[in-house]
Design a protein around this ligand. Structure first.
Ligand SMILES: Cc1cc2nc3c(=O)[nH]c(=O)nc-3n(C[C@H](O)[C@H](O)[C@H](O)COP(=O)(O)O)c2cc1C
Length: 147
């Protein structure tokens, strides 16, 4: 069963975190990394495992480009019953009211279409001490046995 990692990133932090996870998930099987900016919703297959790695922008929105992916999803409303997924969100606690909102939105979108979230939804804080790539690797290692 392949693992698909979708990232939504404007300045590269989420992209870097997504790429850092690859070696962890390769212990499970083949891994494909997709930029949500050019991803097609057809890439979502309930038979595979999906990881969403996404930064928050604006007033709690997805990075531009990633929004299109989820708008298409909302319009098409594919049946994602049984699609298992995990979410690694990135944000900054200086945005108190909308901290890591994109990860929450993604989780809700996919659950509303029938998906089942696995593990804890990570909330990386860009103002914190934690390195995003190291945090991503540690988080992925926790998700790995749950796939
Ligand atoms: C203009 C701007 C708006 C942001 N808005 C939010 C926000 O509303 N909530 C949040 O948690 N983080 C917010 N952030 C922080 C980013 O999500 C965070 O720095 C993230 O690591 C950036 O990831 P990227 O480099 O992959 O784009 C914002 C950052 C910028 C520059």
């Amino acid at each position: 069963m392949p693992v698909h990692i979708f990232y939504g990133s404007s300045t590269g932090t989420a992209e870097g975190a997504a790429n850092s996870m690859v070696e962890v998930f390769e212990k499970h099987g083949p891994v494909e990394v997709h930029d949500m900016m050019d991803a097609e919703i057809e890439a979502l297959d309930p038979a595979d495992f999906h990881v969403f790695v996404c930064a928050t922008y604006g007033e709690g929105e997805l990075p531009s480009g990633a929004e299109y992916f989820f708008q298409t999803l909302d319009d098409a409303k594919p049946d994602l019953t049984g699609l298992r997924f995990a979410v690694f969100g990135l944000g900054d606690t200086i945005y108190e009211d909308t901290f890591n909102q994109a990860g929450k939105l993604i989780s809700k979108h996919i659950k509303d279409l029938g998906g089942i979230r696995v593990g804890e939804r990570a909330e990386h804080d860009n103002s914190g001490e934690e390195d995003p790539d190291e945090t991503a690797v540690e988080w992925a290692a926790e998700i790995l046995p749950l796939i």
